[in-house]
Design a protein around this ligand. Structure first.
Ligand code: MSP
Length: 536
């Protein structure tokens, strides 16, 4: 395994602006990318837009756009801008109408062709533009797409190019046996394995150009256009130089993690690896040293969420705009909410009442108040500075409470490392807020049990030890939550008199070590991390 972290989101259709569902995938990828950067792992985070799609074409026509490219340019800016405003730290944004993408797709197609896996055949089937997918009769309900019952299916009867996917059925099943972690969570693994066992067949990978006013031309045959999913998946390679920059490609490929919604798992876990297996036979750039195909390491499918119990849908008009939400809630709080509330990999619900509740309880009461109280008391009693105590003994001073001090925090860091590796940020956050060990909850209890505001009158030395321990814990909590709430983390660190950028450069091993907060450091209290909400 390479010592790098290359994480991707799906590339989004631009038939609409981003909603909270697309933001969810992007935020999860962003948090994982930030977590790896903090660990000093070379990280590449890719997102982008899927532009060669009939859905976009329809939307452009509906919007009365003068031409498709103008519409795509306009929409791609809206997506980029939303991510920028939400602080998404992507390293590259690929658009599948870019030349670099077309070049890579051409190279890939030629490789698959050379491997003997592209052939022409007559085809007759129903196509659902909503899914951008051909449907077998068994996938229809009453002759309609179950996901888009209001959209008439297109009857396609033409000669198309096919990808000989069936030739890779055994290789795929072998991959699933050898590397069960390739598809996560396990429910999705089972779904894909049984799909490949039961229903895996060759894919039609082109459409007649005269019937389709968008898409990349089939190399060597202008009369056909490449099927949007076949070109879209290749974005994960073209963005890192496939077809344009071999060195860049060698640096980042294979991808470490494709994050996707459960709706598109079939394409990522059954079609994409077979495409790579085929292309790799004829393109050495896609082969590992032993000649095996360079496949992505893992695909993780998260669930779908509803809004206040309802499916997100255009007709209901209930799609929550993340930029609107950011006007009411600090966006870090929304990131926290989405990643904490919905078990990663399962379906969930987005509700404003739950968001408000977590905002005031988890964030305001437990994180914000702790930081606020501890810094304010320390500044008040110790001349605006971190109290002057021996860090090691401050850690051991509270054996009679639930707070487990430095060793408890070290244990919590270990849990965090494991959860990040497993992409379970929900579990990571749960652990930081849990009721055991050294956590935000037990740190708050320590304040209540030791009552520094009273203790200061009886025992200033013990008060200094308590407050040092709590300040140091706040410093560590800031780094623990940083990938999910980067602004909040910075807000805590500034108040603790830390220069976040220079601290970060010391590396996580140093940041994790107890005693990083130097006695005598000037405190800068006063930032309100979670201001009270004006009623939404
Ligand atoms: N263009 C394809 C992906 C190609 S990847 C090579 C596509 N695009 S999409 O715009 O429809 O975005 C799909 C992704 O948005 C889903 O896979 C999922 O990640 C996210 N979500 C869209 N609606 C969602 C919810 N209601 N809930 C959670 N995620 C949602 O499919």
């Amino acid at each position: 395994m390479k010592n790098h972290y290359y994480v991707t989101t799906p590339i989004y259709y631009v038939n609409d602006k981003p909603h909270i569902g697309s933001a969810y995938t992007t935020i999860a990828a962003d948090a994982l990318a930030r977590a790896h950067r903090l660990r000093g792992v070379p990280t590449f985070f890719l997102t982008g837009t899927d532009e060669n799609s009939q859905k976009n074409l329809e939307a452009a026509e509906k919007a009365g756009a003068t031409d498709l490219q103008t519409y795509l340019d306009f929409m791609a800016e809206i997506w980029k801008n939303t991510w920028r405003e939400l602080g998404i730290s992507y390293d590259d944004f690929i658009r599948t109408t870019e030349e670099r993408h077309h070049k890579g797709v051409e190279r890939f197609w030629r490789a698959v062709e050379k491997s003997g896996d592209i052939y022409k055949a007559d085809y007759e089937r129903d196509y659902c533009v909503g899914c951008e997918e051909f449907k077998t009769p068994s996938e229809l309900m009453d002759g309609k797409c179950p996901l888009h019952p209001n959209r008439p299916l297109q009857k396609v009867k033409e000669e198309n190019y096919f990808f000989r996917a069936s030739a890779y059925k055994e290789n795929l099943l072998q991959l699933f046996r050898d590397k069960p972690e390739f598809i996560q969570p396990v429910s999705r693994y089972n779904e894909i394995k049984s799909y490949v066992e039961r229903a895996y067949e060759d894919f039609s990978i082109s459409r007649e150009a005269k019937k389709l006013a968008c898409g990349i031309a089939v190399p060597g045959d202008e009369s056909q256009r490449i099927y949007v999913w076949f070109d879209a998946l290749i974005n994960y390679m073209t963005a890192v130089g496939y077809g344009t920059d071999d060195e860049l490609f060698k640096k980042w490929w294979p991808a470490t993690l494709h994050l996707v919604g459960k709706d598109i798992i079939k394409f990522h876990c059954a079609l994409w690896p077979a495409m790579i297996m085929s292309a790799a036979k004829s393109d050495a750039l896609l082969q590992a040293a032993d000649g095996s195909p360079l496949l992505p390491e893992r695909v993780f499918a998260h669930g779908f969420f509803t809004i206040e119990g309802y499916k997100i849908s255009k007709s209901l008009g209930n799609a929550v705009d993340p930029l609107e939400l950011a006007k009411t809630f600090p966006f870090d709080a929304v990131r926290y909410f989405l990643l904490r509330e919905i078990p990663f990999g399962e379906d969930g619900d987005f509700s404003l009442a739950r968001l408000e509740d977590r905002y005031s309880s988890d964030l305001g009461n437990r994180l914000g108040n702790l930081v606020n109280r501890v810094i304010a008391m320390s500044a008040k009693y110790f001349d605006g500075k971190v109290p002057n105590v021996d860090a090691a003994s401050a850690s051991q001073a509270f054996a009679d409470t639930e707070w487990t001090g430095a060793s408890g925090l070290a244990a919590l860091w270990q849990i965090i490392e494991d959860k990040i590796q497993a992409a379970r940020l929900d579990h990571m956050l749960e652990a930081i807020w849990s009721a055991q060990g050294a956590s935000l909850t037990t740190a708050n209890k320590l304040v209540e049990q030791t009552q520094p505001f009273k203790l200061i009158k009886q025992d200033p030395e013990k008060t200094a030890a308590v407050l040092y321990a709590l300040l140091e814990a706040c410093r560590q909590f800031a780094w623990m939550v940083e990938p999910v709430m980067p602004h909040v983390a910075e807000g805590i660190l500034i108040q603790l008199g830390q220069d976040a950028a220079s601290e970060r450069s010391k590396g996580l091993e140093v940041l994790k070590a107890w005693g990083g907060l130097k006695p005598g450091t000037e405190l800068r209290p006063g930032t309100v991390l979670f201001p009270p909400l004006e009623k939404v």
